[in-house]
Design a protein around this ligand. Structure first.
Ligand SMILES: [Zn+2]
Ligand SMILES: [Zn+2]
Length: 469
C-alpha cells in the first residue's frame, strides 16, 4: 500500500528534525507517507478515508497540510469542500506546494471536487486544474488522472454566464490541445461536443474565440476530422457561420479549421460544400467582404482550392453559384485585383501592387494567399467545363503567376495555362504571344521531366507516322 514504507530498523534519524532515535525518542510511522518520525514531528491524528482508514491515524507534519485538505474533501458538506479546494489552491501557489499536492493525492481530490454540486467548489477546482495544466511536465500525469473528462464534465454543466469558470475550463483544454501528442487523447476523452457547443453559445467573443482555436488545434490531427463532423450535425454549419463573424480573428481561425477539414478525403470536402450551400454560401460571402487581414483571405483561398479538387463538388460550386457572384468568380476576382485607389478593393489592390512593384521581402509574406488562389484556379480548370469560364483570367495568371519566382505559384500557374491551352488553344496562344510566351517556354524547360515527356510523346507519334522502312 505504501510506496515508501520505511521499516523501524531502517530508521536512524527523524527525517524532519534530524534527531537520532533512541530509547527516549521513539519511532512513529506516518500513515500517509509511510516514513518514520519522532513524536514531535508526527503527532496529529487525522482520519484518512482516501486510504480506507476511517479512524484518526498519525500523520507527520510534512504530510499534514495536504492530508487535512484531502480528508475534508470527503465531506458531503459544501463548507468543508470549499475549505478543501481553497486550501489546495493556496498550496498550488506556493513554490513547493504543487509537488506535495500531487504526491499526496491532492490531484485526485481536485478532480473529484470538479463533480461537486456547489458552483463555488467547481470554480475552485477549475482554477486549480488550470494552474496545474500550465505546467507542461505534469501533462501526462494530468491526462492519466482524467483531467480532460473532468474539464468536459464541468463545461457541459457550466452556465453561459459564468465567464470566469468557462475561461478556466476552455483555457485548460486549449493548453492540452496545443500538445500534438495529446490531441487524440483529448478528443477521445470527449472534448469535441462541449468545445463545439461553446463555439455556438452566446458566450463572450473572447471565450468563443478560444473555443474555436482549441477546435482548430485539435484538427491538426487528421484522424479526428470525421469525429468532429459526426460528433454533432451542427458542427459544420456552426463553423461556417463563424466565418461571417465581424471579428476577423474569428473568421481567420474558423476558416483555418475548415481548410484543415478539407484536406482529408472527398467525403469531408463533399460534406463542407453541402453544408455551405445549405448554410447560405458563407465562403462566398466571407471572400466578398474583402478582409483586411491577409490570413483570412489566405485560409479562405486554401479552403476553396482544396474543395476544387473534387469533381462532384467543384462542378456543384460552379453550377449552383452560376449567377454573377459565386465563390469561384470571387476567387478569381481576388487574383485579378480591383481598383487600387478604392478602399473597398484595398486587399486585392494591395495584393496586386505587392506582386507588381513591391520589393521582394514584402512579396514573400503574400505568396501564401496568391499560391492558394492560383492553385484554386488550376484545380477548377482541370475540369473542362470550367475552362471557358476561367480563360478570361489567363492574361493575369501569365503576368503575375507565371513571372513569379515562387516555385509553387509558378507551377500552379503553369497547370492553369496548360488546361486552357488544352481546351481553348486559340485563346491561350494569343494571350501567351501578347505577353509571357518566353516565360512559358522557360518554365517548360525548367520543369523536371517536361521536355523529356514531350519528346517521348513526339517520338511515339512520329514513329506511327513514319514507320522504319
Ligand atoms: Zn522529528
Ligand atoms: Zn507523512
Amino acid at each position: 500500500m505504501y510506496k515508501n514504507w520505511v521499516s523501524d530498523e531502517e530508521a536512524i534519524n527523524c527525517p524532519l528534525c534530524q534527531q537520532k532515535f533512541s530509547q527516549l525518542r521513539r519511532k512513529h510511522h506516518c500513515r500517509q507517507c509511510g516514513q518514520v518520525f519522532c513524536s514531535k514531528c508526527c503527532k496529529v491524528n487525522v482520519p484518512l478515508p482516501q486510504l480506507g482508514l476511517e479512524n484518526p491515524e498519525r500523520v507527520c507534519d510534512g504530510c499534514l497540510p495536504v492530508v487535512e485538505l484531502v480528508t475534508k474533501s470527503w465531506s458531503q458538506q459544501t463548507s468543508f469542500q470549499l475549505e478543501s479546494i481553497q486550501g489546495l489552491l493556496e498550496l498550488l501557489h506556493e513554490p513547493t506546494g504543487m509537488r506535495k499536492v500531487i504526491q499526496l493525492g491532492g490531484l485526485q481530490t481536485i478532480i473529484s471536487l470538479a463533480r461537486s454540486n456547489s458552483v463555488e467548489v467547481c470554480k475552485g477546482s477549475a482554477e486549480a486544474l488550470h494552474l496545474l495544466s500550465m505546467h507542461e511536465p505534469l501533462h501526462m500525469i494530468l491526462m492519466e488522472s482524467g483531467i480532460v473528462k473532468a474539464l468536459c464534465g464541468m463545461l457541459n454543466s457550466a452556465s453561459e454566464a459564468d465567464e470566469q469558470l468557462l475561461s478556466y475550463l476552455i483555457g485548460s483544454l486549449m493548453i492540452f490541445a496545443k500538445a500534438p501528442q495529446l490531441q487524440i487523447r483529448v478528443v477521445q476523452d470527449g472534448a469535441l461536443p462541449p468545445v463545439l457547443a461553446l463555439c455556438g453559445m452566446s458566450v463572450s467573443e473572447a471565450i468563443a474565440l478560444i473555443a474555436v482555436r482549441t477546435l482548430n488545434l485539435l484538427m491538426e490531427n487528421i484522424g479526428s476530422h470525421t469525429a468532429l463532423i459526426e460528433s454533432d450535425r451542427n458542427a459544420l454549419p456552426r463553423l461556417l457561420a463563424l466565418t461571417l463573424s465581424d471579428d476577423e480573428q474569428m473568421q481567420e481561425v474558423s476558416l483555418k479549421t475548415l481548410a484543415r477539414l478539407s484536406m482529408g478525403s472527398d467525403w469531408h470536402r463533399h460534406r463542407i460544400v453541402q453544408e455551405d450551400f445549405s448554410a447560405g454560401k458563407c465562403l462566398m460571402r466571407s471572400l466578398q467582404r474583402q478582409p483586411k487581414n491577409m490570413q483570412v483571405l489566405c485560409n479562405a483561398a486554401c479552403l476553396v482550392a482544396n474543395l476544387a479538387t473534387s469533381e462532384q463538388d467543384q462542378s456543384k460550386t460552379v453550377r449552383k453559384g452560376a449567377r454573377k457572384k459565386d465563390i469561384f468568380l470571387t476567387l478569381a476576382q481576388t487574383m485579378v485585383g480591383g481598383d487600387v485607389t478604392s478602399e473597398t478593393h484595398y486587399f486585392s489592390g494591395s495584393l496586386k501592387l505587392h506582386f507588381l512593384i513591391a520589393p521582394k521581402a514584402s512579396v514573400v509574406q503574400h505568396n501564401a494567399p496568391l499560391s492558394h488562389v492560383v492553385r484554386g484556379l488550376a484545380n477548377f480548370s482541370s475540369f473542362h467545363q470550367n475552362v471557358y469560364r476561367l480563360e478570361q483570367h489567363l492574361s493575369k495568371v501569365i503576368s503575375v503567376g507565371l513571372k513569379s519566382d515562387n516555385q509553387s505559384i509558378n507551377q500552379h500557374s503553369m497547370r492553369f495555362i496548360l488546361h486552357v491551352l488544352h481546351r481553348s488553344p486559340q485563346k491561350a496562344v494569343s494571350d501567351l504571344l501578347g505577353n509571357g510566351g518566353d516565360d512559358f517556354l522557360l518554365s517548360i524547360s525548367k520543369t523536371a521531366g517536361m521536355v523529356d515527356a514531350m519528346q517521348g510523346n513526339l517520338k511515339q507519334y512520329v514513329k506511327e507516322l513514319c514507320p522504319p522502312s
